[in-house]
Design a protein around this ligand. Structure first.
Ligand SMILES: *Cc1c(COP(=O)(O)O)cnc(C)c1O
Length: 384
């Protein structure tokens, strides 16, 4: 079934998938092979070598394209491998403008790997998309945004950013990991490249590391496909199969992540020991109107601070939760809790992170799909 005109909930289950032609198996087989037999040199069924093509991966790539309303999908061994492939479109001397609150690994690959290859990155506050204009010069080639941002849950206006990118001939990349295609489709809003860490909501079960890119333009697809094959950071067929299985329930999981997220955000706001609660669903969130315009819900990622704003108080909460497991990552069925200042964002100097709002007591939750009463009770006994 092609993407067609089906609604997302149908595409998540059927897009790209056909019964196996040899057996009728309804679920795409795991083609665990490194190569394919040819009848004569060049006489083959479209598959030569498994770094280049694999049937399980092809089905997943087509499914991902369909659910992001794009023409082409490309899969990678991790979200970072997908990020790596995108930056390899650039050349020494090129400049990139990047949102300043973003996944730590993305910041790291830009500043510690690609900066050494002569690519320059400007990390700026994009809560107003027009802030980008001051940083554009003749060398600027790419605009990179992540929204909602990690861990401060800021919202960046995708359509306004894409307009600026188009006016200035920049490639616009949107990391859509936090929202997932259930909540937001950046290609529809003008982005050129959508990036996913499928390790998170797309896989959804904390059992696979995987990355993906989705694009509309065929020339861009060809350039990325060349990098995918030349550099070789491709996923194995079993990992592709796990993601394919994961996305079949994305809509039912996301619906519950959103419901539980809202209930937890409201509970936290009512707790007198809690300081700020960062969640774009609140009407007083600075970019709530933009979130409402570009998202179909507000998701299950929430950060909050304690009135007693110090690391020790945060550590006490982390120690006491029983259902919320202390772990990096997000987007799985189980609830997770983390402390960005000492975990994911530990490499950012304290003054720098506090200036951006990432204070000592900030705690990040990935709200899972357990019973909401149990989740709130767990937070209540941990926060007090
Ligand atoms: C996890 C994550 C990544 C990196 O993906 P991996 O699959 O861990 O390599 C990139 N962007 C965001 C927003 C993430 O949460």
């Amino acid at each position: 079934m092609a993407g067609g005109n089906y609604k997302l909930d149908t595409k998540l289950i059927h897009a790209g998938v056909e019964p196996d032609p040899t057996t009728g198996a309804i679920m795409t087989p795991i083609y665990q092979t490194s190569t394919y037999v040819q009848a004569a040199p060049g006489d083959h069924k479209g598959y030569e070598y498994a770094r280049t093509q694999n049937p399980t991966r092809t089905v997943l790539q087509n499914a991902l394209a369909a659910i992001e309303n794009g023409n082409f999908g490309l899969c990678f061994g991790s979200g970072m491998a997908a990020t790596d492939a995108v930056i390899k479109l650039l050349h020494p001397g090129d400049e990139v403008i990047v949102s300043n609150d973003l996944y730590g690994g993305t910041y790291r690959i830009m500043t510690k790997v690609f900066a050494n290859y002569g690519i320059k990155f400007h990390f700026i506050d994009m809560s107003d998309a027009q802030n980008v204009l001051a940083y554009i010069n003749e060398h600027t080639k790419m605009l990179w945004i992540e929204t909602p941002t990690n861990p401060l849950l800021n919202i960046i206006d995708i359509a306004a950013s894409a307009q600026i990118a188009r006016n200035n001939n920049l490639l616009m990349v949107c990391d859509n990991t936090f929202a997932s295609p259930y909540l937001q489709n950046p290609l529809d809003l003008g982005a050129d490249i959508v990036l996913h860490s499928a390790t998170k909501y797309l896989g959804g079960h904390s059992d696979v590391v995987h990355g993906a890119l989705i694009v509309n333009d065929e020339d861009l697809e060809q350039r990325l496909r060349f990098i995918q094959n030349s550099c070789g950071a491709v996923p194995g067929p079993h990992d592709c199969w796990l993601v394919l299985r994961g996305i079949k329930t994305l809509h039912v999981r996301m619906q519950r992540h959103c419901e539980n997220g809202e209930a937890v955000a409201k509970y936290l706001r009512s707790n007198p020991k809690v300081g700020k609660v960062l969640w774009a669903g609140f009407e007083d969130h600075p970019n709530h109107d933009i979130a409402k315009k570009q998202m179909r819900g507000f998701g299950g990622m929430i950060s909050f601070t304690l009135k007693d704003d110090n690391i020790e108080a945060a550590m006490e909460v982390l120690k006491k939760t029983k259902l919320f497991a202390l772990a990096e990552s997000l987007g799985g069925v189980e609830s997770l809790i983390g402390h960005p200042a000492s975990m994911t964002h530990g490499s950012i100097p304290r003054e720098e992170r506090i200036k951006n709002g990432l204070v000592d007591s900030l705690i990040r939750l990935s709200v899972g799909i357990e019973a909401i009463e149990d989740l709130i009770e767990d937070l209540a006994q941990a926060i007090g």
